[in-house]
Design a binder for this molecule. Structure first.
Ligand code: FAD
Length: 384
């Protein structure tokens, strides 16, 4: 795709979450394409603004195997983290938004020998990929003076990166605008079609012509299936976060604690996040007191001092989830000039820049720096 003459944009991007905004940014900044982002609510008003903002390649991953825990996906995530470091200064400069990108030391504790064995195996596997992580025994963990429960038998230790999710998404959107991207308010209700080509979108009663269309509507991409005549196997997985203050008289810890039952994440902006849930609740985005109780029960086991931590807020949002846990990034089968980018599940903020840049390269007719074959929506074509 090359920039076209005339008033119609080269690409219309449906969805102003971090995935839509990042792809628009790269299409405009690196390929000179004229883009319009159409968002029905507000920029990053959904999961992209409500995420915890932890950028890690060590969470959620097993010591091998396929799917989400596979090596290729871990390397994709690692590339995503590296791009945050590389492009962070330019994004801050272009947008004028400081989204507090910085390091955070993380502990992943084991409460028994079975968990310790699994974590030690993960450490070995991750070190083999070049991730700097190490195993600390119980004495070494206690020596750190963290909030972690004294009965842990050890923990893996990694210095990861984090940011503030909502300001990050705004920074990407504003940097995109600096490169000429137009952000428009409206709800897309269909795709304009000429033969097998996507030639724009319908926004209520209006039509917006464009050279290509990208659907980046997070979990709502499932509804775009009806516009495209193909199934989009994405569904919402609700996650809730309890926002805490440190217990009175206690300074904020500088360590994050992650365990399969929950996490505690001190943010540079002063918030202390406790998470999270994985709930199949359809498109219901209401926080629940049940989730708050479950999260607090888990984090108090991890960090007993938090039993007295004042609760400031409870938030809920919807992750875009796919059957194999991998994103859907690429061309839609049977169409020309129609693309999809969704399903980034637990890692959308981490992957936003690598996913956006790689897809922009593909859409502009080039070869992506990072191969997107594993994430092609075509892997589910015909799986109805
Ligand atoms: C509790 C929680 C914590 C998380 N923590 C992390 C984390 O620490 N690190 C990490 O990397 N990831 C994290 N994630 C995952 C991350 O938030 C998501 O993967 C990411 O935000 C998905 O971005 P998106 O742009 O695809 O979707 P969304 O943010 O959902 O954006 C889609 C946008 O499309 C718009 N839209 C929908 N339909 C239409 C339409 N018809 N017309 C116009 N606009 C439309 C919506 O309004 C929305 O703004 C977390 C998620 C949750 C729920």
């Amino acid at each position: 795709m090359t920039a076209r003459p005339g008033p119609a944009p080269d690409v219309v991007i449906v969805g102003g979450g971090v995935i839509g905004c990042a792809t628009a940014y790269f299409l405009a900044a690196e390929h000179g394409l004229r883009c319009v982002v159409v968002e029905r609510d507000g920029i990053a008003s959904q999961a992209s603004g409500g995420a915890a903002g932890e950028l890690g390649a060590t969470g959620e991953l097993g010591a091998g195997g396929g799917g989400r825990s596979g090596e290729a996906y871990t390397r994709f995530i690692m590339r995503g983290i590296a791009l945050h470091a590389e492009l962070g200064p330019a994004l801050r400069e272009e947008s004028g938004v400081d989204y507090l990108l910085g390091d955070i030391p993380l502990l992943r504790p084991a409460f028994d020998e079975r968990e310790a064995d699994e974590l030690r195996e993960q450490v070995r596997w991750q070190r083999g990929l070049g991730i700097e992580t190490e195993w600390l025994d119980a004495e070494a963990v206690r020596g750190l003076g963290t909030w972690l429960a004294p009965e842990v038998v050890g923990a893996s230790y990694t210095v990861e990166t984090q940011l503030e999710a909502y300001p990050f998404a705004l920074a990407v959107a504003q940097a995109a605008e600096r490169h000429g991207v137009e952000i428009r308010s409206g709800e897309v209700t269909g795709i304009l079609q000429e033969g097998d080509r996507a030639v724009g979108v319908r926004i209520g009663g209006e039509e917006l012509a464009a050279g290509a269309v990208l659907i980046a509507t997070g979990p709502w991409a499932v509804h775009a299936g009806a516009w495209m005549g193909v199934e989009v196997p994405v569904s919402p997985l609700r996650g809730q976060i309890v926002h805490l203050a440190p217990p009175e008289g206690t300074p904020m810890s500088s360590y994050g604690i992650f365990h399969e039952t929950g996490y505690v994440l001190p943010k540079a902006g002063g918030d202390l996040l406790a998470g999270t849930t994985r709930e199949l609740a359809g498109f219901d985005r209401q926080p629940t007191s049940q989730a708050q109780n479950d999260i607090m029960e888990a984090v108090v086991r991890l960090a007993p001092a938090l039993i007295d931590a004042p609760i400031r807020d409870l938030t809920a949002c919807l992750r875009p989830s796919t059957p194999d846990g991998l994103p859907l990034i690429g061309a839609v089968a049977g169409w020309r000039n129609l693309y999809l980018s969704t399903g980034h599940l637990f890692k959308g903020v981490t992957l936003a820049l690598v996913s956006g840049r790689s897809l922009a390269q593909l859409m502009a007719g080039g070869t992506p720096d990072v191969a997107l074959d594993d994430y092609s929506p075509a892997r589910f074509a015909g799986a109805r």
